[in-house]
Design a protein. Structure first.
Length: 70
């Protein structure tokens, strides 16, 4: 019996850096006035990933709140 790795439940690809908890933490800090650059440094992520996390958090929460400028 020769099962493939995929049939055995092995996950393929690069592990995700973002999860719901991290997205919510980034969103909360952004709403409290942190800049995108500060968040990128603190979480050791790129700025594009920070924006992606903010969008994910907004869509999950259904928030249509303006982000602070800066």
């Amino acid at each position: 019996m020769c099962n493939s790795a995929q049939e055995s439940g092995v996950k393929f690809g690069r592990p995700a850096k973002l999860n719901d908890g991290l997205c919510n933490e980034i969103y909360t800090r952004r709403m409290n006035g942190s800049t995108i650059g500060e968040l990128a440094k603190v979480f050791k992520l790129g700025e594009a990933t920070i924006y992606r996390a903010l969008n994910m958090a907004k869509h999950k929460q259904g928030n249509i709140i303006q982000e602070p400028e800066g």
